[in-house]
Design a protein around this ligand. Structure first.
Ligand code: NAD
Length: 496
C-alpha cells in the first residue's frame, strides 16, 4: 500500500520508495540492488529512492500480465471502460494530492501540475467513450454475404515515458490499451516514478484486476528488455529523439508494433500584422511554461520583417515572470548547466541576450533558470537548431514569409509549428507548408485536445499514426475481418 502524499505546499515532503508493481503487489527488484535518488528539483534534495529493476523484473511483469490477459480480454468493453469511469472519479477526488506529487517530483508549479492531472482525466474520459466508438463495422458486401471488422487486443503491451509529464504521458497510452483489452507494463521515468505509484493504487481501487497494469522501475536495461521480450506485442515510447529512434529500431526488429515519439524544436512564425497582446501572452506562456520542458514549447521565434514592437511586448511580459512562483525549476543540475551552456554559447557566437535567465533564484537548492530571450540567433548556432529543453526563446530574423517557412522546414524535427497573424491568407499559407504534425494559428502550444490525436512528424516521431485519440486505439488493437455467408445460394459464389 502506498500512503497518500501529504504535501499541501512546496515545502519539502518525502515520499515512499518507488518499487515495482507486479500482479497487483508492490515488490522489490528480483536481483538488481541498484537504486537512485528521486530529487525534488525545487529543493535539490532527495525525496525518495527508486529501486532500479532489470531484465528478470520485466520477465516477471510480463508473466503476470500474460496470466491476466485471458480473463481481461473477455471482460466486455463496457465493463473495461467502467474502470476508467471509477478512476476518473477517484482522480477528481484526489486531484490535489496527484498535482502535488507531480509538482514535487517534476518541479513544475502546482497550477501546471493540476493542469497536467486535468489533461490526464480528459484522456481517461476518452477511454470511457471507447465502447461508443469502437464498434467496428459491418456491411452486406455481396448478396447474403457480410463483412465485419472487430477490434481485438494484442496481448501484453508496454509503455516507456519521459520525466516531463509524469502522469499525462502514461495516460496517452493506458486508457486505449486497457479498454482495448490488453494488459500493460509501464516503465516510468526513473526521475519521476512517484505519481504513477498513486495511479497504480487508484487503478486497483477502481477495480482493475491484478496483473492488468504493472510497473517495472528502472532505466535503459529495463527499456531494452521490454523492446526484446518475445511476449510483448506492442511498444509505445515517448522521450528524446536519440532514444526514440534507437528503441523504435530495436522493438521493430524484435517484431513488435512500435510508436516512438521524440524531441522537438518548435518554430513560431510572427508577422507584422499579428495582434501584439495575444502574441506576446501566447509566446511567453509557450516558451516558459513548465520551465520550457515541454515537447510542444516554443523554441525559435521566426521574426518576419519588422516585428520589433511585438518582440518588445514579449520581452516585457517575460521579464515579469518570477521564478519560484510563476515558474518552477528545471529537472536536474545537469539540465540547468546544459541550458546555461546554450545561452553562453549563443552569446559568444554573437546572439544578443534580451532577457537573461542565468543566475535566477527561486529558492535555496533548486535548479533555476529564468526565462531567457536571445535575439539575432543564426539557425546554425546550437541554440538555433538543437533542442534546449529549457525556458529559452531564440529569435531568428528573416525578411519574408517564404524564408520563414524554409527555415521551419529545414529543421529535422516536426512536432509543432505556429503562425501569429490576423491574416487568413498568411495563416492558410503557413498551415499548408510547414513540416510539423501539430500546428497552431495564434496558439503557442497547439496540443490537439481529445478526441484529436497527438503526434509529430519527421524526427519527432517514429512509427505510424498518433499516440492518442482513435489512432491510439488502433495502435493498441488489431482488426479481425470476418466474412460471413449464411444464406447458401447455389447460384452465386461469395464474390458475385
Ligand atoms: P529520455 O529520452 O532521456 O528518456 C525517456 C525514457 O527513456 C525514460 O523512461 C528513460 O528511462 C528511458 N531511456 C533513457 N535513455 C535510454 C537509453 N539510452 N535506452 C533506452 N531507454 C532510455 O527523455 P527525457 O529526458 O525523460 O524527456 C525529455 C525528452 O522527451 C525531450 O526530448 C522531449 O522533447 C521528449 N518528449 C517528447 C514528447 C512527444 O510527444 N514528442 C513528449 C514529452 C517529451
Amino acid at each position: 500500500m502506498i500512503a497518500p502524499f501529504k504535501a499541501t505546499s512546496y515545502a519539502f515532503t518525502p515520499f515512499d520508495t518507488a518499487r515495482n508493481f507486479i500482479a497487483g503487489e508492490w515488490c522489490d527488484p528480483l536481483t538488481s540492488k541498484a537504486s537512485q535518488d528521486v530529487i525534488n528539483p525545487r529543493h535539490g534534495k532527495s525525496m525518495a529512492k527508486v529501486l532500479m529493476g532489470g531484465r528478470d523484473d520485466v520477465d516477471a511483469a510480463v508473466t503476470a500480465a500474460r496470466a491476466a490477459f485471458n480473463d481481461w480480454r473477455r471482460v466486455p468493453i463496457r465493463d473495461r471502460a467502467h474502470v476508467f469511469y471509477k478512476l476518473r472519479e477517484l482522480m477528481h477526488k484526489n486531484i490535489d494530492e496527484l498535482a502535488w506529487l507531480v509538482s514535487h517530483e517534476n518541479g513544475k508549479t502546482f497550477g501546471e501540475s493540476k493542469a497536467e492531472v486535468e489533461k490526464s482525466i480528459e484522456c481517461a474520459e476518452y477511454g470511457c467513450s471507447l465502447p461508443n466508438l469502437a464498434e467496428g463495422g459491418g456491411l452486406e458486401v455481396s448478396r447474403g454475404v457480410t463483412c465485419e471488422v472487430v477490434y481485438e487486443p494484442l496481448g501484453v503491451v508496454a509503455g516507456v515515458v519521459p520525466f516531463n509529464f509524469p502522469i499525462m504521458v502514461p495516460f496517452w497510452m493506458i486508457p486505449q490499451a486497457l479498454v482495448g483489452g490488453n494488459t500493460f507494463v509501464l516503465k516510468p521515468s526513473e526521475r519521476v516514478p512517484l505519481t504513477t505509484l498513486r495511479l497504480a493504487e487508484l487503478l486497483r481501487e477502481a477495480g482493475l484486476p491484478k496483473g492488468v497494469f504493472n510497473i517495472v522501475q528502472g532505466g535503459k536495461e529495463v527499456v531494452e528488455a521490454l523492446c526484446d521480450h518475445e511476449h510483448i506485442k506492442a511498444f509505445g515510447f515517448v522521450g528524446s529523439t536519440k532514444v526514440a529512434k534507437a528503441v523504435y529500431g530495436r522493438a521493430s526488429t524484435a517484431g513488435k508494433r512500435a510508436l516512438c515519439l521524440g524531441g522537438a524544436k518548435n518554430h513560431l512564425i510572427v508577422v507584422p500584422d499579428a495582434d501584439v497582446a495575444v502574441t506576446a501572452d501566447n509566446v511567453v506562456a509557450s516558451f516558459m511554461g513548465c520551465a520550457g520542458q515541454r515537447c510542444m514549447a516554443a523554441s525559435v521565434l521566426v521574426a518576419v520583417g519588422n516585428v520589433d514592437h511585438i518582440i518588445s511586448a514579449v520581452v516585457e511580459r517575460a521579464a515579469k515572470i518570477s521564478t519560484g512562483t510563476d515558474m518552477g525549476p528545471v529537472t536536474t543540475e545537469a539540465a540547468q548547466q546544459r541550458i546555461v551552456a546554450y545561452i553562453d554559447g549563443a552569446e559568444k557566437l554573437g546572439a544578443k541576450v534580451l532577457l537573461d535567465g542565468r543566475g535566477a533564484d527561486g529558492g535555496a537548492g533548486g535548479y533555476w533558470v529564468g526565462p531567457t530571450i536571445l535575439d539575432q540567433v543564426d539557425p546554425s548556432m546550437p541554440a538555433g537548431c538543437e533542442e534546449i529543453f529549457g525556458p529559452v526563446l531564440s529569435i531568428v530574423r528573416v525578411p519574408n514569409l517564404e524564408r520563414a517557412i524554409e527555415l521551419e522546414n529545414a529543421s529535422p524535427y516536426g512536432n509543432a509549428a505556429c503562425i501569429y497573424t490576423t491574416s487568413g491568407d498568411v495563416a492558410r499559407r503557413v498551415m499548408g507548408a510547414v513540416e510539423a504534425g501539430m500546428c497552431g494559428v495564434n496558439v503557442g502550444v497547439p496540443v490537439p485536445r481529445e478526441p484529436y490525436g497527438f503526434g509529430g512528424w519527421n524526427d519527432s516521431a517514429f512509427g505510424a499514426g498518433n499516440i492518442t485519440g482513435w489512432d491510439g486505439y488502433r495502435f493498441w488493437t488489431r482488426q479481425r475481418k470476418i466474412t460471413t455467408k449464411w444464406s447458401l445460394q447455389k447460384d452465386q459464389n461469395w464474390m458475385s
